[in-house]
Every structure is written in C-alpha cells, then in structure tokens.
Write a new protein. Structure first.
Length: 208
C-alpha cells in the first residue's frame, strides 16, 4: 500500500509485527487511533510501555504478575499441593476461565521440540522439579496440548518426577489430538480437568 504520510506508514509497519495482524487490519487500527483524542492515544501507548517495562514473572510458577508472586501463588485459599503444568500463560487464562480448578500452576514456557531447537534446558522444568523435591507438591496435572511434542514433553517430565512422591495425572482426552489447549471451549476443558486420569492409565490406553 502507498501512504501519503510516512508517520502513518511507520505506525502500520509496527502493528503488522504483531501476530495475526496483516497490513489491512493494521491500517484500520492506526486510522482508529488517529480518530481518538490525543489523551486516549497517549494512555494507550503508556499502558503498553509500562506493561513491557514493569511486568514480572512469578518466581514460583512463571505466570505473569505485577509482583514477585502472582495472585494465584499468593492466594492462601488455593490448593498449592496440586500443580497444573501448562505450556503458556494463555493456557493458565483458559483454565482459570473454566472456574473449576482451584490448584496452582507451573508454566513451562513452551514444549520440547527438537525440530525447533527447543530442548528441556530451555523450559522451566528444573524449577518444577525443585518444587516437587521440596515436598510441597502432591499432584502434577499434565495439561499440555495433545500433540506429539506435548506428549514427548509429558513423558520426559514424568520420568524426572518418577522417583519423587508425586502423583502424575493427565487431563482426559476430550480434546482432540493435535488441538491447542488455549482454543478448546471452556466446557470441554473443564471436563478434561475434572476427569483427569493417572498418567500410567493414559500410557496403557495409548499403547493399546
């Protein structure tokens, strides 16, 4: 596209760097901001800048937080002996929206994917093992997307936890294989968590 203003062109170019934003959508967003009061646009920009500069990651579960501990880890009414293992922060949001899970979380920050150069050392696995070794965790719910990479990650971590006094469970497979956890509807996700199975049972079914 050709623009009569380099400022508009530069703003559009920056918006297209966001995931899922093409040039037409970026232009629509820029023109929308152009119609807003200067103060509103200033608040928008400052909110993004402040978010990037001040947001923290929970020192326990690696969820995003305004403090050293996220609201979930700091909540005494949550069951901190049960830890739901997820791939990303988006998965935490998806599960929280079901309003059925009252335990804690652990965000891996990805899954093992050799083809993408992501090995176990690049994920938040060691801190999970440390939590288990400290004796504060009684159950780890494997809530990773049902993909080959997700299953590989679950298998690797379950081996690491094998000799610790921790029950390993997996969410029920109401979620189709190859699906992404964050895009699963809340009812299916809630049912999958509520009807989770011991991981050993899942292995038997998978090999059968």
């Amino acid at each position: 596209m050709k623009y009569s203003s380099k400022l508009i062109a530069d703003a559009v170019a920056e918006f297209t760097k966001l995931p899922g934003i093409g040039e037409k959508t970026a232009l629509r967003l820029v023109l929308h901001l152009l119609k807003q009061d200067t103060e509103k646009v200033k608040n928008f920009g400052e909110a993004v800048i402040r978010m990037r500069a001040e947001v923290k990651f929970c020192k326990t579960c690696h969820n995003v937080s305004d403090n050293d501990l996220c609201d979930i880890c700091a909540n005494p009414h949550r069951d901190h002996t049960t830890v739901c293992l997820v791939e990303t922060i988006r998965d935490v949001i998806a599960i929280e929206n079901t309003n059925i899970y009252r335990g804690a979380y652990h965000v891996l920050g990805g899954i093992i994917s050799p083809i993408d150069g992501i090995g176990p050392e690049k994920l938040n696995i060691s801190s999970l093992i440390q939590r288990a070794e400290a004796g504060e965790v009684k159950e780890v719910i494997m809530a990773l997307s049902p993909t080959i990479e997700g299953d590989t990650t679950i298998f690797y971590i379950s081996k690491k936890l094998r000799d610790l006094n921790v029950q390993i469970t997996s969410i029920a497979r109401g979620i189709s294989f190859g699906g992404e956890l964050e895009y699963t509807d809340e009812m299916t996700l809630a049912r999958s968590i509520a009807t989770r199975l011991p991981y050993e049972n899942y292995l038997v079914k998978s090999s059968g």
